[in-house]
Design a protein around this ligand. Structure first.
Ligand code: SF4
Length: 334
């Protein structure tokens, strides 16, 4: 399982050093920072972290998309959430089950990951590693080369497919041993460690997700909606309708592509954000959203700002509004 982070790169190199034939598999949950950046930032690299790592290791990456069937894992995690809405244990189980299916269909013998014992508070404690192994149906077939010497020997080690003596005993949050090993292998091109692999660990994102579930219900949570929660500013009008306002060109371009999800708007008198008012808003709600849009535009100091509306039939209208006061906006923020 290759995420493209340093640990998974090292785990792969450790296996390659033993002469083991490796196929790197990357399961895309669809909710990664990388996916958001690619949607919203035109400068973002087209090559993913995992693709880059596989290229560096000289291997062909297998990418598997996990989208809509991943959402129930996020909504109902059997093993609960981490510090935010991150269901890390269930997520790992889900991702490994996908990898297991691929392994069985393609005549491979076992799976290894870059997990390090005790590195992450929720999903990499000894008990959690065991739960993930059992839950994914990979008992004995899930090797963690970087911490293997601290864990029960797996089938690949017991059968001598893998030399246990040449595996490692890393544990804890320090990355120093991994960095030293990278140097030993001559690996210098790797991403810096991030706080988590997806935005479910993010506080603001999790608050928005809870708000979405409270107001719109779990059935409304498509992958597109889950992704939109990571884009722009999110506000709820007094009527509870949701408004999403782009923060920069990339986000505006993404929101502009969501014409089928409600009314889009932007300012005419000065550069301004693209705003989405979800669903079928009333005139009052449209006016309030237009005032919010005007506040975030370059014409926020004017008394009257023209805002162009585009509905889902592609018809446009222009209305003139006064920008909403900054403190009023603050109270609407999700
Ligand atoms: S941080 Fe996100 S992708 Fe990573 S294990 Fe947790 S829920 Fe899954």
């Amino acid at each position: 399982m290759l995420s493209g982070g340093l640990d998974s790169i090292l785990a792969t190199q450790v296996m390659l050093e033993q002469g083991i034939a490796v196929t790197p598999v990357h399961i895309k949950s669809g909710l990664t920072y990388e996916r958001r950046n690619r949607l919203t930032d035109r400068q973002a690299s087209e090559e993913s972290k995992a693709e880059r790592a596989a290229r560096m290791l000289g291997l062909d990456l297998v990418s598997i998309r996990a989208f809509q069937d991943y959402i129930p894992v996020v909504l109902n995690p059997k093993h609960g959430y981490g510090s935010q809405m991150n269901p890390c244990v269930d997520c790992r189980i889900y991702l490994l089950r996908q990898a297991k299916r691929w392994m069985e269909q393609h005549d491979h013998q076992f799976i290894f990951t870059g997990e390090v014992l005790g590195q992450r508070p929720n999903s990499q404690l000894r008990q959690a590693l065991r739960t993930v192994e059992r839950g994914s149906g990979l008992e004995g077939l899930l090797l963690r080369p970087l911490s293997a010497k601290l864990l029960e020997p797996t089938i690949p080690e017991r059968r001598g497919w893998v030399e246990r003596d040449n595996l490692y005993a890393f544990q804890g949050r320090s990355r120093r041993p991994q960095m030293a090993l990278a140097q030993e292998f001559g690996i210098t091109d790797y991403p810096q460690p991030a706080g988590g692999c997806c935005f479910l660990v993010d506080k603001t994102y999790s608050r928005r997700l809870r708000d979405f579930l409270d107001h719109e219900g779990p059935d409304a949570l498509t992958t597109e909606q889950a992704l939109l929660l990571a884009v722009g500013r999110h506000l709820r009008l007094p009527s509870q309708r949701r408004v999403v306002v782009g923060r920069h060109q990339g986000e505006n371009a993404h929101i502009a592509g969501l014409q089928d999800q409600g009314i889009l708007m932007t300012t005419l008198d000065a550069p301004g954000p693209t705003t989405l008012v979800s669903g079928d808003p009333t005139e009052r709600e449209i006016e309030q959203a237009a005032r919010i849009t005007a506040r975030y535009s370059g014409a926020s100091d004017r008394k009257a700002v023209r805002v162009k509306l585009l509905n889902d039939d592609g018809l446009s209208t222009i209305i003139t509004v006064a920008p909403l006061a900054a403190d009023e906006i603050h109270s609407l923020m999700i």
